[in-house]
Structure formats: C-alpha cells, structure tokens
Design a protein around this ligand. Structure first.
Ligand code: NAD
Ligand code: 0WE
Length: 261
C-alpha cells in the first residue's frame, strides 16, 4: 500500500509533462493518492484534463491564483465532490520575463515586484485561506522554492525576493496552522528544464554548471522532487512542519566550486 493511500490532494501548477507538479502527481498516483487539479487558463485546460484522466481524476478547475474569486470557486466546486482535503501542492511562480534578465537594480520595477510577490508568495497563503474549512488534523501544504531565496543567483533577481517571502510564508503558515494539526513545508529544488525555465537565457549553461558543482555531479529530476513531496505530504513526515527541504543534489552545501586538476 502506498504512503498516500486514502489521501486527497489538490495539485496547483501542472502545465506540461516537464512541470514539477507533474512529477509530484506521478509520484502521488503511484503512492495511492486521489487527486484534483487546477489549470491557470483555458489554454491549459484540455492538457490538464488529459493528464488528470491519466491519473484517474475527473476533477479539474480553472484557477488563476491572482484572483480571489477563482480561488474561492475552486473550493466551492471541489466541496461538491470531497468533504475534506488532505494535501495541497502549490507549484506556481511568476515574474515578468524582462525582470529575470539583466542587472537586478536596473531591471526591477514596482509592478514586477508586486506581481512576483503576489503570484509566487501571496497565492500560497491565499490557497490555505480558501481551503481552511476543508482542512483538518493531519492535512498538509507544500510549496516549491529555489536557492535564489537565500543566495544571489545571476538573473533570478526579483524572483529571489519572492522566494524569500515564500519561505517566510511557510514558517508563518506552519506556526499559524500548527495548533490545528496542519503542517506546512517547502521543497527547495535544484534547476530543472520546465516551461518556467524555458524562457530563461543561458538556462542550459546554468544546468551544466549546476551539475558540475553539485556533490552528486548531476541535476535532479521532477521524479526526485515528486518522491520528496510524497514523503513530506505523507504521515511519514508527521513531525515535520515549517521546514524547507533541499532536493538539489547537495548544491546548496558547496562553497567554491572544485577546481580542475
Ligand atoms: P512550470 O512552468 O511547469 O510550472 C509553473 C506553473 O505556474 C504553471 O503550471 C503555470 O500555469 C503556473 N502559474 C503561473 N502563473 C499562474 C497564475 N497566475 N495562476 C495560476 N497558475 C500560474 O514550471 P516549474 O518549474 O514546474 O515551476 C513550479 C514551481 O517550482 C515554481 O514555484 C518554481 O518557482 C519552482 N521551482 C522551479 C525550479 C526549476 O528550475 N524549474 C527550481 C526550483 C523551484
Ligand atoms: O523559479 C523558477 C522559475 C521562475 C520564473 C520563470 C519565468 C520564465 C517565464 C518566473 N517567472 C517567469 N516568467 C516568465 O515569463 N526557477 C527556479 C527556474 C529558474 O528561473 C531562473 C533561474 C532558474 C533556476 C531565472 C533566472 C536565473 C535562474
């Protein structure tokens, strides 16, 4: 029996086969979870419906996380099928593309800052607010972060600030919901070639440098992030909350890159 059997999970952030949320859903399906999905817009609707069907789910809902109405609507509709929610996966991040290319101080704008923080951090607590009545003792929430929250990484720019906010959000939400037995955690994943990465200049170079410097000497996969997500969302992790778990091949522990001999 899988570690998630009997659990109901809402997955936010599937856009393609390469999405981290897709890797999480694969792992969740294998571990016996029942799932529902949201999609950002009509462009993604049919794709997400097809993926959902492949995991045995007919529950898909539109949800632009910038909209409180759409978030409320998701739980209103989901409530017609499920009495409660055991797991929420938040795998969403966005900043305007032009803010992720160039010198931080030069390219950052008030509007880009606002959007990045709204979509990438506020939306996590917004989902928790929406799901509040359906969550219970033993439920858990999980989000996806990146090392750029803590260290300066070229071009990550305002997304680094948004991820720092998201990681603080994990801690404040964990403290807020802990008395109800609800856990809140994050995974800080190494770089992976997903849609969100495809628009980034020299991402391939970043991937190869990352693999070269990481203790495991390779990049991580969405399957590996999915497996860590399954663990954190399962009762195996019942004592873990407010935590950011690295799934990065050990990259974050390194100092200066090893030198060629
Ligand atoms: P992805 O493009 O597959 O997923 C990003 C998702 O965000 C998409 O499903 C998109 O529809 C959704 N999204 C964006 N704006 C939205 C909005 N307004 N409303 C609803 N949904 C919206 O890319 P991914 O890499 O799988 O990203 C998932 C998460 O993982 C993000 O938080 C990202 O920051 C994080 N992450 C990615 C990497 C990486 O290298 N790919 C590394 C660490 C963390
Ligand atoms: O969090 C992310 C992706 C963030 C992201 C990517 C895009 C591209 C398309 C947020 N918003 C947008 N907006 C777009 O229009 N990652 C961790 C992947 C990533 O993105 C980078 C990275 C890494 C790693 C951007 C610059 C430098 C490194």
């Amino acid at each position: 029996m899988g570690i998630l059997s009997g659990k109901k999970a809402l997955i936010v952030g599937v856009a393609s086969k390469h999405s981290i949320a897709y890797g999480i859903a694969e792992s969740f399906a294998r571990e016996g979870a029942e799932m529902a999905f949201t999609y950002q817009n009509e462009k993604l609707q049919s794709r997400v419906e097809k993926f959902a069907a492949q995991w045995g789910s007919e529950l898909t809902f539109p949800c632009d996380v910038a909209s409180d109405e759409q978030i409320d609507q998701v739980f209103e509709e989901l409530g017609k099928h499920w009495d409660n929610i055991d797991i929420i996966i938040h795998a969403v991040g966005y900043a305007p593309a032009h803010e992720l290319d160039g010198n931080y101080v030069d390219v950052t704008t008030r509007e880009g800052f606002r959007t990045a923080h709204d979509i990438s951090s506020y939306s996590f607590v917004a989902l928790a607010k929406g799901a509040r009545k359906m969550m219970h003792e033993g439920s858990s929430l999980l989000t996806l972060s990146y090392l750029g929250a803590e260290r300066v990484l070229q071009n990550y720019n305002v997304m680094g600030l948004a991820k720092a906010s998201l990681e603080a959000n994990v801690r404040y939400m964990a403290a807020s919901l802990g008395k109800e037995g609800i856990r809140v955690n994050g995974i800080s994943a190494g770089p992976i070639k997903t849609l969100a990465a495809s628009g980034i200049k020299s991402f391939r170079r970043m991937l190869s440098e990352n693999a070269r410097q990481a203790p495991l000497r390779r990049n991580v996969t969405t399957e590996e992030v999915g497996n860590a997500a399954a663990f954190l969302s399962s009762d195996m992790a019942s004592g873990i909350t407010g935590e950011i778990l690295y799934v990065d091949g050990g990259f974050n522990i390194t100092g200066m890159a090893e030198m060629e001999v």
